[in-house]
Write a protein that binds this ligand. Structure first.
Ligand code: PLP
Length: 415
């Protein structure tokens, strides 16, 4: 996660600093990702309309918000009352949100290592738990804090494995013992319990339905055995939010759909309206004509068969633009598709602009997003390059500055 300085252009103007959008863009000519916070908000609202009124939402913003930027997104979504809080993967990601002033609940979804327990408790960060030693260590951490005058319990969400075989206690007698132990351990507050779907993004929902049934039975057993009800029960991910209303419990966890991307090609796309939040832009830095027989890029995997006009774009796999798009991908220039010629290099690649005679050096190039009537999506590029769309988003590099747009205005730039 990068340090993000948020300052709207309007605020800057009020302070007498005139920052025009154009000036910001000038500094970002090589490449920038523009993230629409309006799209993120509307994706969230459209998902909320598709779930039960009593179900609140967790925005999953691990891996720096699937590469989109966790902090600006958390700030945007914190204003929505049905957003319970945020989920991340690691203690560091969780602390970064707290350090940025995010006050809603934050949950770490994976295993959290003991070195961070005191910090997690102090910062009220919820943790997924499923190992006995975690309960012991958390209890010890809470006791150590109490000695220092900080009376706080560790808030935990018990993770249950209902079919993913990744992390989580098994929903059997052993799992019940774990839940009882968590209830009884000093310094621990069991706030939630959750499970995760392995196959909710498939057309056939049988496996996911089975997981829901197993989870519900386990919840019933907990109640029967202990007489207690855990306040926050959750199991749905993006695919579940779209198509599994039975999985709406107290909370649902929205990840990929938050960013306007689809969990898979098999989910129904007519239920919730989603808008891709991220666009990726660059600039043409060189235009030239090459003669028939000229090779383009490393290995000359493309050789011109006739005279053609080609353009160079100054981004490459060093920015997370997949090398797998070599000779296969395309970009938009002047609203038209221009195919990639030869291999994508670390920092540059070439495109064919023979059919777009108006192309000049300095022209804007859309790598992901809309230009005119055409649109390039991460799903489309993912398919061509043999890359999962989740991975595509996460891999957009550190070298790519992110710019946030809200109500049509550029919101923040990174220093
Ligand atoms: C990543 C993750 C999610 C979000 O998944 P999407 O498919 O992006 O919605 C939800 N729950 C857990 C446990 C996760 O690890």
């Amino acid at each position: 996660m990068r340090g993000v300085k948020i300052q709207s252009a309007t605020v800057q103007r009020e302070r007498g600093i005139v920052v025009k959008e154009e000036e910001i863009i000038q500094r970002l000519k090589r490449v920038y990702a523009e993230i629409s916070l309006d799209a993120i908000r509307s994706n969230m609202e459209n998902m909320k309309k598709n779930i039960a009124a009593s179900t609140n939402m967790i925005a999953v913003i691990k891996t720096d918000g699937y590469g989109h930027g966790a902090v600006p997104i958390a700030r945007e979504l914190e204003t929505l009352d049905y957003v319970y809080g945020f989920a991340v993967a690691t203690a560091e990601e969780a602390c970064m949100l707290r350090d940025a002033g995010i006050s809603r609940p934050v949950l770490t979804l994976g295993y959290t290592f003991p070195y961070s327990y005191e910090k997690m408790i102090q910062k009220d960060i919820r943790m997924a738990v499923f190992r006995y030693d975690t309960l012991v260590e958390l209890s010890n951490a809470s006791r150590r804090l109490a000695k220092g005058g900080i009376q706080k319990k560790a808030k935990v969400h018990i993770k249950v494995d209902t079919g993913m075989s990744r992390i989580g206690v098994r929903p059997d007698g052993e799992g019940l013992c774990f839940v009882e132990k968590a209830f009884e351990t000093d310094g621990i507050e069991v706030e939630g319990i959750f499970t995760h779907f392995a196959r909710a993004d498939e057309t056939d929902k049988t496996a996911a339905e089975n997981q829901i049934a197993v989870f519900e039975q386990f919840l019933a057993k907990i109640k029967e055995r202990t007489g207690r009800e855990i306040p926050l029960k959750h199991c749905s991910n993006s695919a579940g939010i779209l198509e599994l209303p039975r999985a709406n419990m107290d909370l649902v966890r929205a990840g990929i759909t938050l960013y306007g991307l689809w969990p898979s090609s098999q989910v129904r796309k007519d239920i919730v309206r989603l808008t891709p939040a991220l666009s990726l832009y660059s600039t043409i830095v060189y235009v030239k004509e090459i003669e028939a027989g000229t090779g383009v890029s490393y290995g000359s995997t493309f050789v011109a068969e006739e005279k053609m006009r080609i353009a160079t774009i100054p981004i490459g796999y060093g920015d997370g633009y997949p090398r797998g798009l070599s000779g296969k991908g395309f970009v938009l220039v002047h609203g038209q598709r221009a195919p990639i010629l030869g291999r994508v290099c670390m920092d540059q690649f070439m495109i064919d602009v023979t059919h777009i005679p108006e192309v000049r050096e300095g022209d804007k190039v859309t790598l992901i997003g809309c230009d005119g009537k055409d649109q390039i999506t991460m799903e489309e590029l993912g398919e061509i390059s043999g890359r999962f769309n989740y991975e595509f988003a996460c891999d957009i590099g550190k070298r790519v500055p992110r710019v946030y747009r809200k109500d049509g205005e550029i919101l923040c730039t990174e220093e």
